[in-house]
Design a protein around this ligand. Sequence first.
Ligand SMILES: Cc1cc2nc3c(=O)[nH]c(=O)nc-3n(C[C@H](O)[C@H](O)[C@H](O)COP(=O)(O)O)c2cc1C
Length: 179
Amino acid sequence: MKVVAVCGSHRKGNTEWMLNKLAERLKENGAEVEMILLRKADVKMCLACLKCEEGGRKRPGICQIKDDMNAIYPKLMAADCLVFGTPAYFDLMTGLLKNFLDRTCAIWPHLRGKPLAGVAVAEEGIGQAVANIKTYGDLCGMKWVGSVSGLAKNPGDIANDKNVTRRLLKLADKITDIG
Ligand SMILES: Cc1cc2nc3c(=O)[nH]c(=O)nc-3n(C[C@H](O)[C@H](O)[C@H](O)COP(=O)(O)O)c2cc1C
């Protein structure tokens, strides 16, 4: 089973910690996990040229922009499950994750039926961050597996919340059960 996890945090912080904890368990369960750290990736903004839409739902998955997305598209399409992680920024997913999702315009019809899970963290309240991820999945016709969210401010703080760890391990087991 191949799982691709995409981290929308700007730093090596709580979201990344949560995704790593999830990945650890997935690997223990025999899954192959690829982590995409958007903070390190070259993912430019969508130019809204809509050339990627040629071919309709059978579009070939080609974006005119030449950056890291070209290598990421086949990985997203080949995955048995996707996991998107984000901190809440003003109650919403980060711009980094939204920018990445906009660039999936070239492939989104190919994500239909694929399982999707979400991970989110915020200092005081998760707001719409998980709902934002689920909205994207619903629009693409993906299957919602579930989510884990927690509260933490500084990098690493989330590791102190044993309940979050427990729920992450449970989510990993649920994902593995799909495969
Ligand atoms: C620009 C910005 C906006 C934020 N907005 C919120 C918010 O609306 N609600 C909240 O509870 N925390 C907010 N936070 C706090 C982060 O969600 C929190 O520090 C989280 O742990 C960051 O995750 P990370 O360590 O994965 O980067 C914000 C942080 C930043 C930098």
